[in-house]
Design a protein around this ligand. Sequence first.
Ligand SMILES: Cc1cc2nc3c(=O)[nH]c(=O)nc-3n(C[C@H](O)[C@H](O)[C@H](O)COP(=O)(O)OP(=O)(O)OC[C@H]3O[C@@H](n4cnc5c(N)ncnc54)[C@H](O)[C@@H]3O)c2cc1C
Length: 389
Amino acid sequence: MSGAARFDLIVVGAGPAGSAAAVTAGRAGLSVALIDRAPFPRDKLCGGAVSGRAQQQLAQVFGRLPDDLMRWVGRANLLHQGHHIAALSFDRPFGMTMRQDFDAALHDRALQAGAVDYSGRRIARMDLENGLLSLSDGTTLGAPLIIGADGVNSVVARRLWGRAQDPSRLALALEVEVRRPCGRAAMEVDLGAANWGYGWAFPKRNGLTLGVGGLVSRNPALRAVMEDWLVRHGAAGTVRVKGHHLPFGAFPAVPGEGRVLLAGDAAGLVDPLTGEGIAWAIHSGALAAQAAIRALAQEAPGAALRHYTAALAPVHGELRRARLCRGVLYARPLRGAVARRVLAHPGVQARYVQLLEGQLDYADLEARSFLRLVRRLALPALDRWFPPR
Ligand SMILES: Cc1cc2nc3c(=O)[nH]c(=O)nc-3n(C[C@H](O)[C@H](O)[C@H](O)COP(=O)(O)OP(=O)(O)OC[C@H]3O[C@@H](n4cnc5c(N)ncnc54)[C@H](O)[C@@H]3O)c2cc1C
């Protein structure tokens, strides 16, 4: 692979994580090659719910985005297997977006920040040890550091470790976009629609996104679950159902190897309770780029992974706590009882809303008082099922 075009940084994948990395590095003066196998605009299967947490990250990393990218939705109906649990309202409404437009806007910002566009090209060869990548059009790129932000099936992670994700902690999500005028003012989330996951109905500017998703290992009949969900929303048989995996509770403790840093889904960074990935993708992409900037300024590119691992530790802590909460919510025999009883509690609802808005972290949930509440509300249900002898 001789005659390579040299850069300070190569970013593979131009979703939210890759564009965040490219914009951060580009603005700091690094020369950046931004590769994506798809030409933009391109679609990405996603609910497109941009939480308050994600909006904070967006504003910090990309600045203000055009208003017409979002439909703002400030209410959500929470259900369990069709039974109403709570009507939530948000001080910071969710932005409901179409990923095709959203990702194109982020990619555009990355190019404005100086990243060189290598979209619409596949990677033909990877020599990660020497920081060299050859593309399908014959171009060869070289850099002292590479960020792999190429999603859940990351070829970069597979090259490092032989597989991109732990299959036992992978979720599958099925989704459709129903293109029809949508008068709904609230999202709907049913925590009992799928096992260790949920169903969603997200109103958009020009339609409705319907989906179900959960851990692959707990949902052998997810297609049938999706059919029921579509029937419930009057959309059965109208549109083709698509599916996509997402990381759901496993991430490598060290997010990369050597001079390769992984970000976003490629690093397993999706909240295993809420399924939120956009905020963590943007945050981790920016952190990876900051680590690269620091290491290159010190003329020690080999230190970038150490800087990044340290910066990512609070994110890993949050995802571990989210996994614990998911266990409490979904583990049998509490499943259902916890969702119905605990989430019906106004105090828990208020915290859940703040968590989704990004005003509260899992770390703030004060595990002890939360678990005390779980015990107080869920134990009566347990007593009913397993009466004391
Ligand atoms: C059905 C579904 C619904 C979801 N709903 C939500 C939601 O409502 N809100 C939320 O916050 N999160 C949601 N998520 C999670 C969210 O979509 C992801 O966490 C997020 O997109 C991760 O961003 P990323 O940049 O890491 O990866 P991606 O968005 O997957 O981007 C990866 C990029 O890499 C490119 N790429 C892939 N392979 C290669 C290759 N070999 N070479 C070059 N480029 C490559 C792809 O073309 C893509 O542009 C959902 C996920 C699914 C599956």
